[in-house]
Design a binder for this molecule. Structure first.
Ligand code: UDP
Length: 234
């Protein structure tokens, strides 16, 4: 395998499948099976999940809610998603630990960096819940931060699109996909890979990012094997 330790970022929306809201169990099951296949190869896997399928702080602020309050609700949404994925992973026989940035002692461990690393070394899939634990951040930033902390080789951003395009492929039929692109080019071209805080963190700490389509069964294995699908930012 190309990598030893990876951080997989999944958006909350990706858990919706074809639904408009919430969690699609079939989709979560597919993710669990794909993650198991890669885990069986001996890779250390840490996961950060978003919460956009349940609650987004920024949207709630637009309808009048206090931003910080709304963001904490968003962080709780990520814990719900994390628990759903944890359940699905354990159903396929993987040992997992859920570590959250906000203490919830009855359901998970608090995030302690050294403990997270130890879990990974012992072959447990580690899920990081509640984002960074701070309002005004995103789960992309949590993914970048945790990846650096645990010294992951790469951030794999599993989305519904198969990479980074010159323009929005749903609007521009001439848009083409990058196989590889530098951090600098992403800034210069104004492309949207992750939010800027997350993106800069990865750049400054030399953590490459790969954007790929996680919804296609088997893609995660291809990426973990180093196959050039998706877009590599380095
Ligand atoms: N959030 C936050 N701090 C964090 C991570 C997340 O406040 O460190 C909140 C924020 O309100 C965000 C919501 O949690 O809208 C869900 O996360 P995100 O939007 O990143 O999820 P995704 O877009 O990946 O589904």
């Amino acid at each position: 395998m190309k990598y030893k330790r990876i951080l997989l970022k999944l958006s909350g929306e990706s858990l919706m499948g074809d639904k408009q809201y919430g969690i699609d169990n079939d989709r979560v099951k597919q993710y669990a099976e794909d993650i198991k296949a890669v885990h069986d190869k001996g890779l250390e896997i840490a996961i950060v999940i978003g919460g956009g399928n349940i609650f987004r702080g920024l949207s709630a602020e637009k309808s009048g809610m206090d931003r910080a309050q709304a963001d904490y609700m968003g962080m709780l949404a990520t814990v719900i998603n994390s628990m759903a994925l944890q359940d699905a992973l354990e159903k396929v026989g993987i040992k997992t630990r859920l570590l959250t940035a906000i203490k919830m002692e009855q359901i998970c461990e608090p995030f302690i960096r050294r403990r997270a690393v130890r879990h990974l070394e012992k072959g447990r899939v580690v899920i990081f819940g509640a984002g960074t634990g701070n309002p005004y951040f995103t789960t992309d930033s949590a993914a970048a931060l945790r990846a650096i902390e645990i010294k992951a080789d790469v951030v794999l951003k599993g989305t519904r699109v198969d990479g980074i395009y010159t323009a929005d492929p749903e609007k521009d039929p001439l848009a083409t996909k990058y196989g590889e692109i530098s951090f600098r080019e992403v800034y210069d071209k104004g492309l949207n890979v992750m939010d800027m805080t997350a993106f800069t963190l990865c750049e400054e700490n030399q953590v490459p990012i790969i954007v790929f389509d996680m919804n296609k069964h088997g893609n995660f294995m291809k990426i973990a094997n180093g196959e050039p699908i998706g877009t590599l930012v380095k």
